[in-house]
Design a binder for this molecule. Sequence first.
Ligand code: PLP
Length: 404
Amino acid sequence: MSALKMSALPYRQMIYADYNSTAPVLKSVAEVMQPYLAECFGNPAADYCRLGVVARDALEEARLNLARLLSANGEEVVFLSGGTESCFHALMGAYLARPEKKHIITSAVEHAAVLRTVELLERPPFNCQVTYLAVDRHGVVCLDELAKAILPKTGIVSIMLANNETGVVMPIARIAEVCRQSDIVLHTDAVQAVGKMPVNFRELDVDLLSVSGHKFGAPKGIGALLVRDAALWRPVVVGGGQENGRRGGTPAVALAVGLGQAAVKADVFLRENGEEKSSSVIEAFESCLRKEISGCFINGSGATRLSNTSSVVFGNIIAKQLVENLSSRNIVISAGAACSAAKLDPSHVLRAMGLSDMECMSTARISFGPNATLDEAVSLAKALAEEVNALRNAAKDEVSRRLC
Ligand code: PLP
């Protein structure tokens, strides 16, 4: 769709429930970025001139804003382009710091940002061994498997904080206890958690934590890696030594300023009980859905989940078709993860939870934004019910037609 056509269709007139894919840039984020796109264009390294000093100060303030949201120190924040780059830097950097530790433990339900990177580390010249931890039927990583998987050469454990498809939250603080006993570097991909639930870098007790701005109101193209102990990690991109030597390349000042502002807004949202408000929206949505659609069930309903995410198995329909039908009604949800929505591959996350291929194919993800209302949740559940029932009836008619 062209930008012109899109402008006649602002997302405020849609039901947009695909926030785990991406979120709109917040108005105040766009506003604070504006000066750094034009007149305040200085290079933060050029602090011999006023323009450079202004850019440097803005970058450092953004760093502190993000650090405050995550209960971290500013020096621990490394700005980079987003979640995928952050996960890559985390894993590759941890490997480079201790290349003799050739065993990595991750889970079967990680995002491609982690899975593809560990696959790279499995191949020459790195030749690491990788263990993929299973999850239980609720989608939670099996903790007892972690202890059993640890070898003397285990150097890295990488487990996500919240799953992008199901919203299931992993027991990272308990995983950290195990890692601490065995001199293992722990990375958590917190891309889906940041901004949606409180994330405390200290309390989680992880070494490396990945953040992506576009999931919570900053623009695409900015993210961060939090590094607790520089001795356990090596920079992967060196160049001109920016970001205190941890990520070379002139920093994207305007984007970082946007990320800092999104962090300020997320902090306010979480302090003002935004998470509880989101929970009541998702509860209203799921209870309406259960009432209106027979035989549907919610993935991960027995686990702690993000308060905005619902992964629903409808059974006997193809969710991709459902998503397309809803899109023509200006309602946006997704079937599986955004990255794989174009293919009809059953989701690796749902498969790992023990779902059949048909159950995977009939699963849709609904992920609300921070300002979703109860009315919106109920309207969406009713629209889903109409479309699911229409698809089920069409399938029944098709079977009867073929039997005639
Ligand atoms: N990790 C998780 C859990 C995600 O959901 C995503 C994006 O969907 C990423 C990493 C990648 O983030 P980005 O799009 O910023 O590269």
